[in-house]
Design a protein around this ligand. Structure first.
Ligand SMILES: [Zn+2]
Length: 67
């Protein structure tokens, strides 16, 4: 058994853009540019849209009315 060397440890002070893995800038951190920040924002908005709570409730109601 060998102990893996800590070569994978990334120093925290150097933040990488979560979208494209480039070095992030202070202006748009944790992203590297406005473009990547927008991409991330778009992902969040899409997630919001996909919450099917209301849709499911409506479907339930319709099924009830049919019976
Ligand atoms: Zn980026």
């Amino acid at each position: 058994m060998t102990t893996p060397k800590p070569t994978n440890v990334v120093p925290l002070r150097k933040t990488k853009c979560p979208i494209c893995s480039k070095a992030s800038t202070t202006e748009f951190r944790p992203f590297c540019s406005k473009r990547c920040a927008d991409i991330d924002l778009g992902r969040w908005l899409n997630e919001d849209y996909r919450i099917p709570a209301e849709e499911a409730a409506e479907l339930d109601d319709e099924e009830f009315a049919d019976l």
